[in-house]
Ligand binder design. Sequence first.
Ligand SMILES: *[C@@H]1O[C@H](CO)[C@@H](O)[C@H](O)[C@H]1NC(C)=O
Ligand SMILES: *[C@@H]1O[C@H](CO)[C@@H](O)[C@H](O)[C@H]1NC(C)=O
Ligand SMILES: *[C@@H]1O[C@H](CO)[C@@H](O)[C@H](O)[C@H]1NC(C)=O
Length: 314
Amino acid sequence: MLPGTILFALSLLVRRGLCATYGVHDTFQGSSFFSGFSFQTIADPTNGRVNYVSQATAQSEGLATVSGSHFILRADSSKTLSASGPGRDSFRIQSNNAYGTHVSVFNVQHMPQGCATWPAIWEVAPNWPNGGEVDILEGVNDQSPNQSTLHTSSGCTMPASRSETGTPLQLDCNVLVNSNAGCGVHINDANNYGPDFNNNGGGWYAMERTSSFVKVWFWARNDGSVPSDVMNGANSVNTDNWGTPDAYFPNTSCDIASHFQPSNIIINLTFCGDWAGSVYPSSGCPNDCITWVNNYPSSFSNAYFDFIWVKVYQ
Ligand SMILES: *[C@@H]1O[C@H](CO)[C@@H](O)[C@H](O)[C@H]1NC(C)=O
Ligand SMILES: *[C@@H]1O[C@H](CO)[C@@H](O)[C@H](O)[C@H]1NC(C)=O
Ligand SMILES: *[C@@H]1O[C@H](CO)[C@@H](O)[C@H](O)[C@H]1NC(C)=O
């Protein structure tokens, strides 16, 4: 029989190990995106110049394709639009499974680029904002702010000083504050967004959500410090080995467990609208945003995601 102190030390080790080690639950790669995600043909709540198409339309128009083990989602880049008709064909896919505490890893080769684009990889629970929203990758017009953001109901704020490599923006996550700006953290890694991300072969975004924090990491494709379990898409991952996150949202003054419910992953691409449209004139982009979307289809030929895989660990 082991002495009690050793047993106690062992139990701490085991508990610690369990806390940061996760086993793979879902793998999306190639055509398994079609069974794991659903295409949502809803109107864009952020007023984008977009027409979210069904899976059948996306496949017949070549907007959702499988290439080897890659999965590619793109906007239409051939049609000139009537100003009075629907917006540019694009995609909004949502995972069929919802996840509570988990780790999600996105191995992305290419993300949508171009003026007027507003792509996002994010997670959200039903009954928004009470179940919380985590924006993992989001930006507009190839530019700023390359941020990860939480959006919550009231009573969730972040400390100004925390252990992260990114730069904190607004500290209150409440959607009612400052027109739903949320509590964002600007990711400082080079090549984390837009054309620079693509020219560098993309990289990995990862998010860990527990009952006491949310963390987001980004590693560029050629980053020397990408953890081997992330790089290899291992069957289990240990976030203890991943280093300081780019964005850290602790429970210091936000009860993460009650502000975040099981969430679906959403991958979408809209155009103009509340954010990309409003900052378009100061983005160094030509013309005005709506005209650009309507009349310059070929400028959207690089408005696509190319996923090597997406994995969710629990
Ligand atoms: C697309 O994603 C962004 C990112 O969070 C979100 O604000 C916007 O509402 C989304 N559009 C749709 C239709 O989901
Ligand atoms: C966002 O990332 C792009 C690409 O790396 C970079 O050019 C741009 O300056 C960044 N924006 C901000 C606000 O850091
Ligand atoms: C934050 O989470 C830690 C770890 O689970 C817990 O011990 C602590 O009580 C929590 N703090 C608050 C303010 O909820």
